[in-house]
Ligand binder design. Structure first.
Ligand SMILES: Cc1cc2nc3c(=O)[nH]c(=O)nc-3n(C[C@H](O)[C@H](O)[C@H](O)COP(=O)(O)OP(=O)(O)OC[C@H]3O[C@@H](n4cnc5c(N)ncnc54)[C@H](O)[C@@H]3O)c2cc1C
Length: 391
């Protein structure tokens, strides 16, 4: 079966690897001109961890994992509110089945497994598609046209394939009340003393997290409450928003705001979930954030992108020529778990960015007792971090 995957991110590259192993000819088109170290760290747990184990990926994931020392929460002046040892959190919450790594490093690793076996065309996208007789005819931005037996839209939360085959983003996007930004600095600010922890400045409605990464660099992650989704996602608009929202904070924040104007790669977006009645339309199917974005609040989007790709490939492999049946089963197996995680993600906004001082104090208290016996499994259920592959 000739397959075109639009989007060389976590979902697209995982699926490309699985289908290549099944012997299908696969082409991946990716809008970016090359892989970037997009500036944020992801937690990798649950279904994605288990799917990676089945794919034999765990030793490579171990290699890119960041064994941070502590999760430390500080106030607006950098004074420690709560600090928890990561090693203990990892064991109590996830039975040691948890990784942290940069999204870009995961993408690079997935790409290394298919390089030379799957055609990946950078700087290319799908401009138009048309379905006829069990085939999809696509026109690509490089001017070529071709027929495929399956087109997979793995092009992220603002998916172009979703727009072309299902309708405009507004029909499916649910804004969850936050905006986010992330970027990487070449070196940490002088005022950051702890270079081994994941440190989060947490105040009412806002948080700034920083964590040292390989090469002596520092990754940052900003998250704040917002009344409505921001329309203008340009860098100018992002810088304006960051200065307005975080301008009054102390500690290393003034330096971060000053230096972020110089960075090469800058991520800024609304925090959005995607909810769709159907994930496939004929021979076009969506995968990963394109159809199932749980948002960074759920903290499992990349994990579920890997799990979704694994399940889609498994169903396509089992169905033979009955592709529509495989697409149905893929959706039936995955969707209930996605809906749980989306609900958990919306609840988690109060955990990441509490609205009031009282909420903040409650969250800190919950953090302090989180390692007590029984509490960690209760919190894990609340985060909906259970795996699809374990009953
Ligand atoms: C700040 C932040 C923190 C997060 N933390 C976590 C976490 O802790 N744990 C976790 O599991 N997840 C986390 N996530 C979510 C996770 O990054 C996503 O859910 C995951 O990357 C989704 O994978 P994907 O392949 O569907 O989409 P993406 O990784 O976004 O990949 C989509 C790809 O498609 C390409 N593309 C886009 N449009 C087109 C087009 N028109 N044509 C061709 N290519 C296109 C993009 O360039 C990209 O390469 C976080 C996200 C953010 C923003």
């Amino acid at each position: 079966m000739k397959v075109l995957i639009c989007g060389g991110g976590i979902a697209g590259l995982t699926l490309a690897g699985c289908l290549e192993r099944q012997g299908h000819p696969v082409v991946v088109v990716e809008r970016a001109s090359h892989f970037r170290d997009e500036g944020y760290m992801i937690d990798f747990v649950g279904s994605g961890y288990d799917a990676s184990e089945r794919l034999g990926l765990l030793p490579e994931l171990e290699r890119i994992h960041y064994p941070i020392s502590h999760l430390t929460f500080v106030d607006e002046r950098g004074r420690v509110r709560v600090s928890l040892p990561y090693r203990l959190l990892r064991r109590r919450f996830f039975e040691d089945r948890h990784f942290n790594f940069l999204r870009g490093e995961l993408a690079r690793l997935l790409y290394a497994r298919i390089e030379g076996k799957v055609e990946l065309r950078f700087h290319t996208t799908v401009e138009a598609l048309e379905q006829h007789g069990g085939r999809v005819r696509v026109r690509l931005s490089d001017g070529t046209e071709d027929d495929f037996e399956l087109l997979v839209g793995a092009d992220g939360v603002h998916s172009q394939i979703r727009r072309l085959a299902f309708g405009p983003e507004e029909r499916f996007a649910r804004f969850v009340g936050c905006n986010t930004a992330a970027f990487i600095l070449d070196s940490p600010p002088d005022r950051l003393h702890d270079h081994a922890a994941f440190t989060t400045l947490s105040v009412r409605k806002r948080q700034v997290a920083v964590y040292p990464i390989r090469g002596g660099r520092l990754a940052t992650f900003f998250l704040h409450r917002a009344e409505s989704p921001i329309e203008d996602l340009s860098r100018e608009s992002a810088l304006r928003e960051l200065r307005t929202v975080y301008g009054g904070l102390d500690w290393i924040v003034p330096e971060l705001l000053e230096r972020c104007t110089q960075v090469s790669s800058f991520y800024f977006d609304t925090v959005t979930q995607i909810e769709m009645p159907r994930w496939s339309n004929g021979r076009v199917v969506l995968l990963g954030d394109a159809c199932q974005s749980v948002s960074l609040l759920a903290g499992q989007g990349a994990s579920m992108a890997v799990a979704g790709a694994y399940i889609l490939a498994e169903e396509l492999g089992a169905a033979g020529s009955d592709v529509p049946a495989a697409l149905d089963r893929y959706e039936q197996r995955l969707k209930p778990s996605i809906e749980d995680k989306q609900a958990a993600g919306r609840r988690m906004a109060d955990w990441f960015v509490p609205k009031s001082r009282f909420g903040l104090a409650l969250r800190d208290l919950a953090l302090r007792v989180s390692l007590w016996p029984g509490v960690s499994s209760m919190l894990r259920r609340r985060m909906a971090a259970e795996s699809l592959f374990r009953s």
